[in-house]
Design a protein around this ligand. Sequence first.
Ligand code: S3P
Length: 215
Amino acid sequence: MGDRQDRQGNRRPQKPQSQPGAQSHPGKNKPGKKLVPYQLKKPVFFIGFMGAGKTSVARSLARMCHISAVDMDTYLERREQKKIKEIFAESGEEGFRQLETEVLKDMIAHAPALISCGGGVVGREENRRLLKDAGFIVYLQVSVGEAAGRISDITTRPLFQDIEQAKRIQEERAPLYRAVSDVAINTKGKGVKRIAFEVKRVLEKEGILCRPQES
Ligand code: S3P
């Protein structure tokens, strides 16, 4: 990855610049066939509880539209050269939240992308304001039971160690997710692609995602 150093070191990006840690790239896959990316007018943030499918849905939609998807936690781990559970162990939740806010600001400073946020991003008032001011916010709703089934390795989620703890946190956050979001999508019983299509329809209707112009 040629741009890795850039991603980790560059905290004061200059515009225009593509997103750091982008997971999908416009028109990258088919040699000879130029894939024209959709236009994204502003960042789209995916919020919701751990296991809601934020990262998978953002990636799936990015692939459909040949635009970039970035995962905040992946970017944070690369930037800090540490796993999230190590950051929690060394600096506690507060230390992690501080880094999370810095990463959110980094994301906002770059070109619009589909950004999957960590489930706890809505906890800080500062973050909620940053999200609201900068982008369009998609809330993916999931029950704790369904979320538990979707997380393959629970040890990677320091705040999802048991169902009771997870239920308590989700109850605290649910009003914040609802208040900050522009649209809420219930993911119950739906596959990633179907949810991605649903989000696509909403973004097109809102004029945030635009089809490529025919040339
Ligand atoms: C957290 C969710 C995680 C990660 C961290 C804290 C939370 O991200 O940011 O473990 O507080 O809900 P995902 O929502 O992607 O699992």
